[in-house]
Design a protein around this ligand. Structure first.
Ligand code: C2E
Ligand code: MG
Ligand code: MG
Ligand code: MG
Length: 285
């Protein structure tokens, strides 16, 4: 009874820090209402091939625009969705919207991959691979064009169910990406156990790495680790020319970061692609 009372009172007033002020009250029930009414948006951030500068994919990122408080960062609402059992519904809605969008872009001739973030809750449902299969079946998206991003912390330790789900996803041809690589506690162990196809180096080892010996060493080792494992390597948080030049020199495959573009709503994407293709970044530029 006490636990239930505590849950209900937390649920009513979950307080989260906000960039707009000292504290923003984010109400879990408001989030729930927004999710139920399908009001969450999905924005897209481009990923480009380092050696050619070509656009190769996008990462889908959830956006919640609160009527009074404006944009609430996912760093805040994702945690609340996880805590109160709403993350499954959120992931589902983001995935459906993103798959539909990429499928449309694929039909327009853009051969790009889609990366979607999954939380641990989504990795406990044994039927997840079949659900994903049916989500993309009626779309133009092929399984090898859908990357499922999981952070190390999202992976429950010693969970045979999770390993089972991830392995079956891989067998169905989906991409598996280890997100924020380097920030968790057991990333190396997980790389050994799980058939990942992509390693995303956390931005804390990427931006300004040229000025920081430790970051640079970790960045370099992570890239060669990906190469030895024969999987793709993505550098997050490439914010300027120096970051770009370093990851290019170290032989990273794919770059994602503000230097290329910030996440954007779907409507801005095609105009952005047109602009980008004019100036096409390559390591030499
Ligand atoms: P993430 O999956 O690691 O996504 C990358 C985050 O880094 C995004 O933040 C993106 O806007 C930001 N970013 C990209 N390039 C740069 C850069 O050059 N510099 C800097 N400083 N930041 C950059 P965002 O959109 O605020 O999302 C934060 C996190 O929230 C994501 O990190 C992801 O863990 C989580 N998230 C977002 N959408 C979803 C979702 O639909 N489901 C789940 N489960 N988690 C989500
Ligand atoms: Mg991600
Ligand atoms: Mg990340
Ligand atoms: Mg992150």
């Amino acid at each position: 009874k006490d636990l239930l009372a505590k849950f209900l009172s937390d649920y009513k007033r979950d307080i989260a820090p906000s960039p707009q002020g000292p504290a923003t009250m984010v109400f879990a029930d408001e989030l729930q209402a927004a999710i139920m009414a399908d009001q969450l948006d999905v924005w897209f951030q481009p990923q480009v091939d380092v050696s050619t500068g070509q656009l190769v994919g996008v990462e889908a990122l959830a956006r919640w625009h609160h009527e009074e408080k404006g944009f609430i960062p996912p760093g805040i609402f994702i945690g609340i969705a996880e805590k109160y059992g709403m993350i499954q519904k959120l992931t589902d809605s983001i995935l459906k919207k993103a798959v539909k969008q990429i499928s449309d872009w694929n039909k327009m001739g853009f051969d790009i991959t889609l990366s979607v973030n999954f939380s641990s809750a989504g990795l406990c449902h044994l039927e997840m691979p079949e659900v994903l299969d049916s989500t993309i079946r009626n779309s133009a998206l092929r399984p090898d064009h859908l990357n499922i991003e999981v952070t190390e912390s999202a992976l429950p330790k010693d969970s045979s169910a999770t390993l089972d789900i991830l392995t079956r996803l891989r067998l169905k041809g989906f991409g598996l990406s280890i997100d924020d690589f380097g920030t968790g506690f057991s990333s190396l162990e997980q790389l050994k156990l799980i058939p990942f196809t992509e390693l995303k180096i956390d931005r804390s080892f990427v931006h300004n790495a040229a000025d920081n010996k430790a970051s640079q060493a970790i960045l370099e080792s992570s890239i060669s680790l990906a190469k030895r494992l024969n999987i793709h390597c993505v550098a997050e948080g490439v914010e300027d020319q120096a970051d770009w030049d370093l990851v290019a020199k170290l032989g990273c495959d794919i770059v994602q970061g503000y230097f290329i573009a910030k996440p954007m709503p779907a409507a801005d994407f095609i105009p952005w692609v047109r602009e980008y293709s004019k100036k096409h970044r390559t390591p030499a530029t």
